[in-house]
Design a protein around this ligand. Structure first.
Ligand SMILES: Cc1ncc(C[n+]2csc(CCOP(=O)(O)OP(=O)(O)O)c2C)c(N)n1
Ligand SMILES: [Mg+2]
Length: 325
């Protein structure tokens, strides 16, 4: 690496650390707001998986398209959604990205080409394929990126989307976040594979396994796949191996996990790994990292407060989201 490239990477890494902290502390605050009764319904937290969203989504350009799932707080924030818009959405208020009518599972923002956050398993892949084909047919070199979980790789839509993307050489990057569980089922009880990237072989596209705790590594494989899609060479399937620290959703205490498993994964926490790297190469010392965390915490608290000050939609206004005009 040249000195300039090394300096640029170091600046990027500091920004990645900040974004991963933002996601982690945002979700801590979400838990707190639940306890206070300010958030209703449920949430699916992505704590432990931050390097995947920051590494992969960060490799896209603004003009590219993105689809995500109900476990989408990290991707939405990595795409540039403000914390205020995300908090507002979770609280069901007009400060939310969808005026509060979508909630935690539907952090969608067309102004950022974040064109869908799906609670149903599968459409994140087929809708991204549609966006990619639209970009191709319009003669642009825009790319679409889609996220799903390990459990989703057993759904028909997953295979249908991969099949057609390959046949059509669609400019799409498919990312699987393999966090080892689909709801309460361990992967090996539902899936006969260790590497889900092997699914790519059946659809004649490259399948790449990456360490989902290493933001640098995720960024690199995502950049390669995006460049390939942009050059008209077709789709790639990326499997990021990662882990969710919390249960599937708010009410799940995750008792089905083996003893010590969570602690082992926490030893390779994505934020700690990057922090240690930045401290050891002299780019950001421990004191500076503590100050950064405090700064992000203050931003999280202020964003939640601003979001909470907004009203809900009136009953009349909600009708605009139910009936076509
Ligand atoms: C078509 C469909 N079937 C079943 C469900 C119920 N469901 C919600 S989350 C989930 C597990 C998905 O696991 P995975 O794809 O690994 O994603 P993760 O929650 O781990 O991010 C299931 C089966 C659903 N939402 N949609
Ligand atoms: Mg999973």
């Amino acid at each position: 690496m040249t000195t300039t490239a090394a300096t640029e990477r170091s600046t990027d890494r500091t920004a990645w650390l900040r974004k991963m902290l933002e996601i982690r502390l945002f979700e801590d605050k979400v838990q707190e707001l639940f306890m206070e009764g300010k958030i209703q319904g449920t949430t699916h937290l992505c704590q432990g998986q931050e390097a995947v969203s920051v590494g992969a989504v960060g490799a896209l350009e603004d003009r590219d398209y993105l689809t995500i799932t109900y476990r989408g707080h990290g991707h939405a924030l990595a795409r540039g959604m403000t914390m205020e818009a995300a908090f507002g959405e979770l609280m069901g208020l007009t400060s939310g990205c969808c005026n509060g009518v979508g909630g935690s599972m539907h952090l969608t923002d067309f102004s950022r080409n974040l064109i869908g956050a799906f609670a149903i398993i599968g459409p994140s892949y087929s809708v991204a394929l549609g966006a990619a084909m639209s970009a191709k047919l319009r003669g642009t070199d825009d790319v679409a990126m889609a996220f799903c979980g390990d459990g989703a790789t057993n759904i028909g839509t997953f295979h249908e989307a991969l099949n057609m993307a390959s046949v059509w050489k669609a400019p799409v990057v498919f990312v699987i976040e393999n966090n080892l569980y689909g709801e309460y089922s361990p992967l090996r009880e539902t899936t006969p594979l260790d590497d889900l990237a092997d699914r790519a072989k059946a659809h004649a596209m490259p399948g790449v396994v990456v360490d989902g705790q290493d933001v640098d590594a995720v960024r690199d494989v995502a950049s390669t796949a995006i460049a390939r899609a942009r050059a008209g060479e077709g789709p790639t399937l990326i499997e990021a191996k990662t882990y969710r620290y919390r249960g599937h959703s708010r009410t799940d205490p995750a008792k089905y996990r083996a003893e010590g498993e969570l602690e082992r994964w926490k030893e390779r926490d994505p934020i700690d790994l990057l922090g240690a790297q930045l401290a050891s190469d002299g780019s950001l010392g421990e004191d500076e990292q503590r100050a950064l965390r405090d700064e992000v915490q203050a931003e999280v608290d202020a964003a939640a407060e601003r979001a909470a000050a907004a009203p809900t939609l009136t009953l009349e206004e909600t009708k605009a989201y139910v009936y076509a005009r």
